[in-house]
Design a protein. Structure first.
Length: 157
């Protein structure tokens, strides 16, 4: 991560924020601080539940099931860097991550082909909504923010 201030353009600002947040998450993971009180909120029954991040997180390997288990509701975006509709969906997913109870987890389909095969991903973007670690919805193609909110709201209760 660069220590230089972000440039004036919005895209560079967003990239700098992503880099900073990713660095913070990696540091917490290395220090064993993920899942501690600093990263959890209490539910009505007093149990600790992971807070939904305000921006999409990127799957970088390891246990996919553990990634899902860390959150009640996870919207997984199977995408590729070369995919035009995937790029169009990116700002929508950023808004969804910031304003809904769902965690948005982005999976690069080219890098993680084992997961694309495991979940039967045939076209991009494919969005899978997981509730308590189990897939409950599948959406293929670019979606509007309203469509995603509706699906998330159906499963958030």
């Amino acid at each position: 991560m660069s220590d230089s201030p972000p440039s004036e353009s919005g895209g560079d600002d967003l990239e700098a924020i992503r880099e900073r947040k990713l660095s913070e998450l990696r540091e917490k993971a290395e220090n064993g601080a993920l899942g501690t009180e600093a990263d959890a909120t209490e539910t009505d029954d007093g149990a600790a539940a992971a807070e939904s991040p305000d921006e999409p997180i990127y799957y970088e390997g390891g246990s996919f099931e553990e990634e899902l288990a860390g959150h009640d509701l996870v919207l997984v975006d199977f995408y590729a860097d070369w995919c035009g509709p995937c790029k169009m969906l990116e700002p929508v997913l950023e808004d969804v991550a910031a304003t809904t109870p769902a965690t948005v987890l982005k999976v690069d389909a080219d890098v993680h082909q084992n997961l694309t095969g495991q979940y039967g991903v045939r076209g991009l973007p494919t969005l899978l909504l997981f509730r308590d670690g189990e897939p409950v919805e599948r959406l293929v193609g670019a979606q509007t923010e309203e469509q995603l909110r509706s699906v998330i709201d159906q499963h958030a209760a």
